[in-house]
Every structure is written in C-alpha cells, then in structure tokens.
Design a binder for this molecule. Structure first.
Ligand code: IPM
Ligand code: MN
Length: 364
C-alpha cells in the first residue's frame, strides 16, 4: 500500500523525536511492503522565523491533500513574549481547526515495566489503561470574544467557553464508539454545577446515550475527575471532555505513565470506526522541551506510539500498529530507558538509540 504523509517536525525536541518515529515507520514499510511517501514542512517557531507566520497557507493546503500528518512539537522561549502578534502555538491551533480535527484521542496506558518510574504507588497505577477523548476545535480555545482591551478602569481580557450541540454530539459519539470497543464505560467530564456550556454538554451526552444502551455513561465534575485520576486511575475506561478540561487532565494523567514522553495522541477529523481510514494528525502530547533540544535526550516513544495510532486510525494497518507497540514494550522490558523514565539498574539511552532499538525489533 502507498500513503502520503506530511511531517512537521516543529521546534525544540520536535525534529529529534519525529526522526525516530519516521525511522520506525520506515522499518514497518520495509517489513510489510508499504510505501510511506514523506514530505517535510515547517510549523511553529521555525515557520515564524522562516516565513513570518506559524503556519503558511501552502503548508495547510499540502496537509489537506495528504493522508495523514505527523507533528513533533511547537514553541519555545524565543517566541514566548506575551506581547508578540504571532505565536508558534497558533500554527498548531490553525492546523487543528482548519483540518477539522475535532477529536483528540490520548490513550493513557501504564507499561507494566514502568510501574516504578512514577511518583505514585505501584498498586495504584498497575493496570491503568484508559483513553481521553478531548474536544479539539471548540470551547475556550476558540470561542469569541477572545481579546484584551482597555477600559477607563484598566485593562480587561476575555476568553469564551462556547459549544454548539453539534460540536458536543460528535465528540461524545467518539467517546461512545470507543467505549463500545473497550470496557463499555464512558465518563463525561464537565462543570455543569457552574457552567452553562457544561449543562448543554451534559444534556447532549444524555441524549446521545440513548443510542448506546450497551455503554454505561457517568457524568463527573472536572475537579472530582482531577482527584479521581490520582486516587483511583484504573476506574477509567473512556473519558470524554471539552478542549480546556482535556488539555489539563491529560497532562495530569501523563504522570501515571511515568512521563509525558510516553503518551501519544491522535487528532481525528471523524469518528473512528474499524475499516474506515480517518484523516488525522499525530503528535506526542509533550511539548517542545527547549532545554532538552539538540542533546539526544528526549524520549521518542510518545511520537513512535503516535505513528502506531496513525497506522491504526488513518491507514487501517491494525496489525502493523500492534507490532510497533509490542516492539516498544519489548525494548522497555529489556531495560532500556531514556532519562525521563530512568531508574536504578536500567540501561540509559538517548533519543536515537531508543529509536534504533525499536526499529530493530520491527525489522526482526
Ligand atoms: C497540547 C498542547 C497545546 C494545547 C498547546 C501547545 C497549544 O498543550 O496539545 O496539549 O494546549 O492544546
Ligand atoms: Mn497540553
């Protein structure tokens, strides 16, 4: 099979981790006879430096014409001044919005061999395996008005948390569909005791639930969810929530897996269904980690696992995806660790070495 892929390495450790993920992808291509045509473009800070904008129109068009997009990370201190007009993050947000990537899937899975790599007690995190479904093109990130202005009594600023029932319906549906293929438990997270947009969210979730009598739906307030994630993370199967809540909760949840460097993500333009190729953008949930950039330190596993998600959701290469995941598992079992998941008695390796190890297991 043949696939056209756009690679947007971005800033900081982005280029390093995407290089390793590409290595792994090529190993899959070689073993199974697939052709992955790669085309590299700029996004984020590097795009600002080069073109003046975080995402050029042409880049967006090229992505629209592709089968999937692989992204590293964007941002860094160089472009962080709150006064500036263009930000690296604008490039990522524009990609999500313009490509219609409303469904952000963030699986949180604790590798058994990493149970001691976290701050939490092994008995609490053992067996954690759930998935966040984060709404990605609406809510507080995109609602209008969104601005700062001068008043006679000083400056004011506003962001708007707004959702239409259509936006809620389609993301909640993703949650139900995924739950159906798993343990059939969906937690919908909101703040319906305070926010009007959350009250609509909850109503729509209840309405959609009628079509999924086989899935158990529970509503949970976002603050309670933040607590439960630490107290009893194995409680969760599928969690569906808004853009802002999902951003915060998924970073929190990454600590269950030991490091942000372990968590992949898929941003999809449709409801995932077996046998259907959905256009998507794949990226690690971690950021550009500018202090680690260029040091061959960053953990490439999140990006490598993002490629596995790409194979699964955008290319319907289910067994190939499983082979990448198994290869990562094997390499961890053999004791190899990047600095972020390092523990006593293990073998410390760099970004490149980790990529090589995984690619080698795939080549067989
Ligand atoms: C993420 C990131 C982004 C977000 C930033 C870089 C805009 O934190 O993907 O979670 O807030 O969505
Ligand atoms: Mn985030």
């Amino acid at each position: 099979m043949e696939f056209n892929l756009i690679v947007l390495p971005g800033d900081g450790v982005g280029p390093e981790v995407t290089a390793e993920a590409v290595k792994v992808l090529q190993a899959i291509g070689k073993r199974f006879g697939h052709n992955f045509n790669l085309h590299y473009e700029l996004v984020g800070g590097v795009a600002i430096d080069e073109t003046g904008v975080a995402l050029a129109q042409d880049t967006l068009k090229i992505c629209q014409g592709s089968d999937a997009v692989l992204l590293g990370a964007v941002g860094g201190p160089k472009w962080d001044d709150p006064q500036v007009k263009v930000r690296p993050e604008d490039g990522l947000l524009a990609l999500r919005k313009r490509l219609g990537l409303f469904a952000n899937l963030r699986p949180v899975k604790v590798f058994p061999v990493l149970v001691d790599a976290t701050n939490l007690k092994p008995e609490v995190i053992k067996g954690v395996d759930f998935i966040f479904v984060r709404e990605l093109t609406g809510g507080l990130y995109f609602g209008r008005p969104k601005r700062q202005w001068q008043t006679p009594r000083g400056r004011r600023a506003a962001d708007t948390m707004a959702y239409s029932e259509q936006e809620i319906e389609r993301i909640v549906r993703v949650g139900f569909e995924l739950a159906r293929g798993r343990r059939k438990k969906l937690v919908s997270v909101d703040k319906a005791n305070v926010l009007e947009s959350s009250r609509l969210w909850r109503q729509v979730a209840i309405e959609v639930a009628e079509e999924y009598p086989d899935v158990e739906l529970e509503h949970m307030f976002v603050d309670a969810c933040g607590m439960r994630l630490i107290q009893n993370p194995t409680y969760f199967d599928v969690v569906v929530t808004s853009n802002m809540f999902g951003d915060i909760l998924s970073d929190e949840a990454s600590m269950l897996a030991g490091s942000m460097g372990m968590l992949p993500s898929a941003s999809l333009a449709g409801v995932p269904k077996e046998g259907v190729n959905i256009f998507g953008l794949y990226e690690p949930i971690h950021g550009s980690a500018p202090r680690r950039a260029g040091l061959n330190m960053a953990n490439p596993i999140a990006t490598i696992l993002s490629v596995a998600m790409m194979l699964r959701y955008s290319f319907s290469l289910i067994s190939e995806a499983g082979i990448i995941e198994a290869a990562v598992d094997e390499v961890l079992k053999e004791g190899y660790r990047t600095y972020d998941i390092m523990s006593e008695g293990k073998i410390k390796v760099g970004t490149k070495e980790m990529g090589d190890l995984v690619a080698k297991r795939i080549a067989g």
